[in-house]
Each structure stands twice: as C-alpha cells, then as structure tokens.
Design a protein around this ligand. Structure first.
Ligand code: PMP
Length: 460
C-alpha cells in the first residue's frame, strides 16, 4: 500500500470506528478528518505533511509546546523503571515527588497565608479532579457532624467537566440541560460577565451586584451548601469570561462569612495560563480545595490532582470501623509515567523561567487584541495572561449575538485552519490559548490569521 493509500485508509477507518467528543458526527462523516502525526514546539503536522500553528495548545494542555526534550527524556527514563503501579495500598516514587513539588508550588504561590494546601489526591482528568473535590467536600461536612450540605453553589456559564457531578454544577445550557433529570440540585449565582451583565448593571458602578446575589443565596441556603465552586478569574469554556479584579476575593470572603468551603477549579487556568502559576494567586486567595489537570503534564499523559488543606484531610482520619475513609480512587491514580511527565513539566517552568518570559507574549497578544477589537463584528475582546476570547456579534453597538446555529466561531476557525492555524471556538467566542512558550513571530502570525479570518467570514 502506498503512503497515500495508507492515509486514505486511516481516514476511512476514523469515520468507521471513532465517535469523536463534542462533535456532531453527521457533519464529521461528510468530510475527511485531519490526522495529526507529529508535533514540534507550537506546531503540529498532519498526515500530508502540512504544519499548523497550535493556537489552542491541543485543547489547552500543551504549556511548553510539543516534544519538549526534558519531558520526552523523563517519560522514557521512567519507562525503563515502571509504567504503572497502583496507589491503592502502594506508593511510587514519581507520585510522591510530584505531590511534594505541588505542595511546594502552592506554598510559593500563596506566601504567608494562614490557610495552606497540604495534601494531594490524584486522578486522571479535569472532570475527575472536580468529582473528587465535590465528594471530598460533601463527606467533609458529614465527618464534621454537619448534616444537610447536599448541594453546591456555582456560577452561570460555569464548566467543570462532563461527569455527572461536574455537570450538576455546570452552567452552560447547551451542554448541560439535556442531563437535568440525572443531576443533583445546585444553586447558581450570576457570573461576573461584565460585557453581558445578567443583572443589567455596569462595572464598577455596580459595586459587584453579582456578589450580592451570591450572598443572597448563601444567606438563605448556606446550611444546604457544601462548597462554592468556581473557575477563578477566567471562566474558560463558558466563553473566556474574564472577571473584574476583586470578584475572586469577594467570593472568598463570602465563603468565610457563611462557613462554606471554596473549591477552585484551576483545570484550565492552572500552570501559568493567566500569567501566574495559579489564577487564585492574582488575589492571594487560597481555596479549601484546588483542582488541577490539563497543563500538569504538558499534554503528555492524562493526570489530575485535587489539593486540599489539613482541615479537610484531618476530618477523614479515624479508626477503620468509623468509615471515615474517602472511598474514591481510579485505576490510573498516581500513574508513575504521568507523574514523571508532570515533574519534568514543572522543572521546565523553573529552568526556562517560563512565567517570567511570558510577559512579552502577553503584551503582544494584548496589542493584537486591541487591534481586533476595532473590527465591525467584534463586540468584546478579553484576556488574562495567555487566555483570550474574541466575542463575535451581529451588531457591535447593541451587542446583538449571532444565533448559535450560524456557527460563526466555527466558520472563523475553518478559515484559519485553511491558513495553517488551529483554533477551536466556543460558540461565537474565538479562543486564543497558545503554548506559553510561543515565540513573538508565531504569536504575530496566529493573531494576524485570526484577524484575517474574522474579516473574511464576517464580511460575507
Ligand atoms: N474544569 C475546567 C475549568 C475545564 O476547563 C475542563 C475542561 N475544559 C474541565 C474541568 C474538564 O476537564 P477534562 O476535559 O480533562 O475532563
């Protein structure tokens, strides 16, 4: 079989055998898939040899870019020792070392704070990191002798994953409403989405009216609420909604005041995405539970970690017969290969001063966004660090939205793909989230193609 025939065969086999996530398969089956075969830095290559700029870090995971030598080496070295062992009843070296490293990192991120994250519970993806957090918070209150904390408070436009617990606290109707009959009750507060304020106010004149709404819910229902669950600073899948400064610390204060736990879902924002190692750092807010995944291994292997405090951990200590054990765990919990990749990923941050150097890329992104904001069909641009959203609108002055069925974001992404740039929109919001290590030249190219693609699509 020639190489070309082989590729054709793979394209057919993809359509015959794979059911792709978040994909209407009818449309998928009508076209040939792009099959990615190789990666290097901020680029990936398809089976025909065409290179693409990876504008969304392969679904927000690739922090340092593809084929990072140090991480390649660490995974290969670990392979020579042990690929897998379980954390149920046993331990392994990379899992221990990574846990220590993560705790050290959070200590450095939140210096001098009385509240410390001290324990790491591993799982294997963002949804499970959140699922673990929810169950941990729920059981914590039981162990404290507090009954009735059977619910959570989260935000409209929130996204925490696709397992049913995570969906229960989700706030994106198009993804979540179908499953309503299967979900547990959760309370929803308005998101601080200032461009489309749900309560019709304007920041800063509003004095955080949305926080007041959260407080009203807590005032009435705090005895039913185990935790407030948030994506700190940037609500990513909800449309790259960037919070105004002060909102996060306002939430922390409310959690103290009404004695509920705070769960920070840093699955998307963690590991430098917002310009700090963790987004919670921007307002020195230490959550009671923090969920990490995505960038943790630079996309090499699936891994997640749910970090918590001594207060939560200690509540689970007791005699075996007291049944205070946290009965939760996955086959791949603490997988040594994944932990070795994560350790190397964190070492690259130190060795290359990734965060310190990101300032230039962020400044360039921001100047390009300012330019794009002038386009007639762009209603709003927003970013925190290297997480950015460009919201397309039918009418700039009123902010009237395109109908979601028009798939404007998707059309822009298709146009960019033709120009060799991979992006994936969220409805009418174009998402920009390249590897943090992106060069000035690549950032320039990424944003120029995005601009051209928006112009091209919206002028039709
Ligand atoms: N939480 C947040 C904030 C996320 O952005 C995501 C994924 N986009 C998840 C949880 C779920 O992660 P995963 O897809 O790895 O299950």
């Amino acid at each position: 079989m020639s190489y070309l025939d082989e590729i054709k065969h793979l394209e057919e086999s993809d359509k015959e055998f794979i059911w792709h996530p978040f994909t209407q398969m009818k449309g998928w089956l009508e076209q040939d898939p792009i099959i990615i075969v190789e990666g290097r830095d901020c680029f990936v290559k398809d089976a025909y040899g065409k290179w693409y700029l990876d504008g969304v870090s392969s679904l927000w995971v690739s922090i340092h870019g593809h084929r990072k030598q140090e991480i390649d080496d660490a995974v290969k070295a670990q392979l020579d020792k042990l690929a897998h062992s379980t954390l149920l009843g046993l331990s392994n070296i990379p899992a221990i070392q990574l846990a220590e490293k993560l705790i050290g990192l959070t200590d450095r991120s939140f210096p001098g704070n009385e509240r410390r994250l001290t324990k790491v519970f591993y799982s294997d993806n963002g949804s499970t990191a959140v699922e673990v957090a929810l169950k941990m918070a729920f059981q914590y209150w039981i162990h404290k002798g507090v009954r009735g904390r059977n619910s959570f408070l989260s935000l409209n436009y929130g996204y925490h994953g696709d397992t049913l617990g995570a969906v229960s606290i989700g706030g994106i109707a198009i993804f979540h409403s179908t499953f309503q009959p299967l979900l547990f009750k959760s309370f929803k507060a308005p998101a601080p989405y200032c461009y489309r304020c749900e309560i019709g106010k304007t920041f800063p004149a509003c004095s955080f009216a949305c926080l007041k709404e959260m407080e009203n819910i807590l005032q009435q229902h705090s005895t039913e609420i185990g935790a407030v669950v948030i994506e700190p600073v940037v609500q990513a899948a909800g449309g790259m909604i960037v919070w105004p400064g002060g909102y996060l610390s306002g939430v922390r204060e409310l959690c103290y005041k009404y004695n509920v736990l705070l769960i920070a879902d840093e699955v998307a924002t963690g590991f430098g995405r917002t310009g700090r190692m963790f987004a919670s750092e921007h307002e020195s807010v230490v959550p009671d539970i923090m969920c990490l995944s995505k960038g943790i291994t630079n996309g090499y292997l699936p891994l997640a970690a749910t970090l918590t405090t001594d207060d939560v951990f200690n509540a689970f200590l007791g005699e075996f017969s007291e049944l205070k054990t946290f009965f939760h765990g996955h086959s791949y919990t603490g997988n040594p290969l994944a932990c070795a990749a994560a350790l190397a990923c964190l070492q690259v941050f130190e060795k290359e001063h990734t965060l310190e150097k990101a300032g230039d890329a962020i400044a360039l992104l921001e100047s390009k966004l300012e330019d794009i904001a002038e386009l007639p069909y762009v209603g709003n641009v927003r970013n925190k660090g290297l997480m950015a959203g460009i919201e397309l609108v039918r009418d700039k002055s009123s902010g009237e939205q395109y109908d979601w069925e028009e798939r404007m974001g998707w059309k822009v992404a298709c146009k960019a793909r033709g120009e060799g740039v991979l992006i994936r929109p969220l409805g009418n919001v174009i998402v920009i989230m390249p590897p943090i290590s992106i060069s000035a030249e690549s950032m320039e190219h990424l944003m120029d193609v995005v601009k051209k693609s928006i112009e091209n699509v919206s002028s039709k």
